[in-house]
Design a protein around this ligand. Structure first.
Ligand code: SF4
Length: 438
């Protein structure tokens, strides 16, 4: 049996794609290697959201190329968003690459692998998804408790900084029947959480008909038997409908957790980013959600140093985190991406030093907000799904997740991994809560 190793960079969508790649290859005689060094076939699944991530992929493949000088039978493939962006330029740049395949070509893999083992060098990049009944393939899930289930792919929003519409294509939704079937299988296999994935998860169904919405999908999934949780990421602020908020409230399995990227706290910057809301509209959505759910967590994403961003506009981002009580935020310095509008505004680029300083200030604000948010839970009881254990000073410390996605540490027995337990929160630090098992 040949061994395959997939290295995954980037977002949950890439992680989910890698699980599907591994599952598909297992049908064609490939076993998963635990280490890249032990594999006959190496695949790098790449992310192009920032240059840093693309550079990491190029450098990794460079290392693998050196291995190939010693082992001529080694096969190397490059896939994901950087592949979709760079196409056959990659075959020219890295002469030891055997295969480049795009985000729309994953289900073509059996045929592509056959061709490279016949000695061809192949580049398969299409702009349209390769149509296949994807439910016929097994999925090799990396996590044993949480199953990622993609429900939409691509994006029609064309934010001026973002490469996703160019690498993942226009937005499309999977049929509800396929999603429900995949969820049923995962629950039968013992998964305790399913996370519905999409670049714009809350516009799910737009291409499928009037009653096909994320709210209705949640209602259908909530009816499946068994004790499990449902999450969904990532939300676009103005696509969060009242019906979706109602569905989260109605459905006991759906967690009170919303990830709603704001990107900037300043309305002018938001307009330049081509985001379809301003500061006030974002705040109104957050308020609407907070008014409905006592222990809800709302997290966000922010970019520091977008082209033309003034110091004053940057300060609006810091004040938005405070004003809207955002519980946690992912942050990044602006990175120009090929094909995007903002990448052409070179005369407005913010110098690297200023971007780095703003990012550091933003990270400090996020930490402060996290601690403040965590402290609100002291004294409360939370239902925790136990995920892992660690020996510390002779004690077994368990780590798990509350419904609102907060991480909680507490003493207990490792046999509780995979179970739901109640924990009283007794302390808080920036990145996690501490508690006592009840
Ligand atoms: S909504 Fe904007 S940031 Fe998000 S994937 Fe679409 S284009 Fe990119």
């Amino acid at each position: 049996m040949k061994k395959v190793f997939v290295e995954t960079l980037g977002c949950q969508m890439n992680k989910s794609d890698s699980e599907r790649i591994l599952g598909m290859l297992s049908h064609f005689g490939f076993d998963e290697a635990e280490r890249a060094e032990d594999a006959d076939f190496l695949i790098i699944n790449t992310c192009s959201i920032r240059q840093l991530s693309a550079d990491k992929a190029y450098s990794r493949v460079g290392v693998w190329g050196k291995w190939k000088q010693k082992n001529r039978n080694l096969k190397i493939a490059f896939c994901g968003c950087v592949a979709q962006q760079d196409k056959d330029r990659l075959l020219k740049r890295f002469p030891y690459l055997d295969l480049v395949f795009g985000t729309h070509n994953i289900y073509q893999l059996p045929e592509l692998v056959k061709r490279i083992y016949e000695g061809e060098r192949v580049c398969a990049i299409t702009q349209k998804p390769y149509i296949v009944d994807e439910t016929q393939y097994e999925i090799k899930r990396a996590d044993s408790l949480n199953a990622w289930i993609p429900i939409t792919e691509g994006c029609d929003n064309f934010c001026t900084y973002c490469i996703v519409p160019f690498t993942r294509g226009r937005e499309r939704s999977r049929e509800p029947e396929k999603i429900i079937k995949e969820a049923e299988i995962a629950i039968k296999q013992g998964f305790k959480e399913i996370t519905l994935l999409g670049q714009n998860v809350d516009s799910y169904g737009k291409t499928l008909g009037e009653n096909v919405t994320l709210a209705n999908l949640l209602r259908q999934l909530n009816k499946l038997e068994g004790k499990f949780r449902i999450r969904f990421v990532t939300s676009y602020p103005t696509d969060i409908s009242d019906d979706l908020i109602d569905a989260v409230e109605e459905c006991d399995k759906v967690c009170e957790y919303f990830h709603i990227p704001m990107q900037s706290g300043n309305s002018e910057v938001l307009a330049a980013m081509n985001r379809r809301y301003n500061r006030e509209q974002y705040g109104a959505i957050v308020k609407k959600i907070r008014d409905r759910f006592e222990d809800v967590t709302i997290t966000s994403d922010f970019i520091a140093g977008f082209p033309g961003e003034t110091e004053e506009q940057f300060l609006d981002t810091l004040s938005a985190i405070d004003e809207f009580g955002l519980d946690y935020s992912n942050t990044a310095a602006y990175s120009p991406r090929e094909f995007t509008k903002a990448a052409k505004w070179t005369d407005k680029f913010i110098d690297e030093d200023t971007k780095i300083k703003r990012l550091a200030t933003l990270n400090e604000k996020v930490k402060e907000a996290c601690l403040k948010s965590n402290k609100k839970f002291i004294g409360k009881t939370q239902e925790i799904l136990v995920e892992s254990s660690e020996e510390k000073d002779g004690q077994c410390i368990l780590a798990g997740r509350a419904r609102n996605n907060k991480i909680v540490h507490f003493s207990g027995d490792s046999s509780l991994i995979g179970q739901f337990v109640n924990v009283k929160i007794t302390g808080a630090s920036v990145w996690h809560l501490r508690g006592e098992l009840l």
